[in-house]
Design a protein. Sequence first.
Length: 448
Amino acid sequence: MKKWRMVLSCVLLVVLLSLLGCAGKKEESRYLNVAEDNQGKNVLKLAGVCFADHPEVQEAVAEFNAVQDKVQIELHDYMDGVEDYSDAISRMNLDIMRGNMPDLLMVSSPIDSSIYAGKGLLCDLYGLMKDDGDFSKEMIVSSVLSSYEENGKLYSLMPGFAIKSAWGKASELGSKNGKSFQEFRDFLKGGNGKRTVSGFSADESALVVLTTVLMDDFIDWEKGACYFDGEEFYHLLDFLSKDYKRYEYVPSGNGFVRDILDNKVTILFGEIFCVGDYLIQRQLYGKDLVFLGMPADSGSGTALFAVGARIAISSKTKNKAAAWDFLKYYCEKDMPNRSYFPIMTQKFESQLRLSQEVITMSDEFGNMVEKPLAFYFDGVQNHMIYKATKKECDDLVSLVQSADRKFEYHPEIMKIIQEEVGSLMSGDKSIEDISEVIQNRVALYLKE
């Protein structure tokens, strides 16, 4: 997620995709050097950019190779020998253009996986699930599938997920989950200047967050078409240029948590990584906590995003069954010392049950004490939360089920949008002019 900020060069991606249909004889890869045989095992290539950022993938590969003797997964990192992400992506795209598509591909940011999927380079995992007698889509949290589907197809999976949404008090926001941009603006204007929004930063600006969560509304990846000249994008830019700064939360100096408790943060945009995160918000906003989601002209506005790298299977591989075996293993693997919700339904439900029990641990003196599930500091004292109630877990499940979109960065497209929106904020161009330029530039990017 965080790497959208880096300057990325995906020009080769665009070129290679247009050339795939007329690719000739497969050329030897300059970067992938894999032994044809590894002690009699079937060798599969898993390629990506910067596996150092994803130790969960490296651990899964090492364990998978050790627990069975038929398949050997070998990692191929295009960051080896280079320092810049753009160079690594260019190297990978050049290999793919030459016909050296790996069996498996790590498609988390900075890789724009929707481009690959739209051009038919990735395998639809639903087909593999249908043919698998031991693994079905019903084994995965349903909203994960619906959020990550693209035109009814699923191209990648990961071990965990978290929630991206916006929330506040129902007594102020109402109980409706999901507000259009106009409803969102009307609500803020109705507070006599006392209603505020918070949760954005220099790293994740309001423009980046709101555009990213709506990206699938603006682009049909399969058709290679975009709709940045439509009303929803216009409403987003209009809100950012005219209203956002007026309602942006300004710290009082007493601490962020204290400001929430003092009703100075009306709407908080943020992430929920685990049961503990959810319980903290229940404490801060009270029992009438409501998740209204991001402003969107349709749906709940609540999104899911991947925790752990997403892995896809090449549509060109001759080893789909073996690749699928590894992907299943990866999805069912635990990621210690990380906060996340498992995508596997059984593990997700087990996590919720465990959160309703008090866990004990030994303190520094050898005494058994209760282990907090979560805690927060209100500026005066620490508050410990030791377990969740069934009602709280049920409400959390409802929140997860309400998610109807994914939060996934698209670095090159976001770069185009940021470049052009700068002219809007400075007053040099109108929203109509900006939308038209973005529409044309992104359309060209998708088609080339």
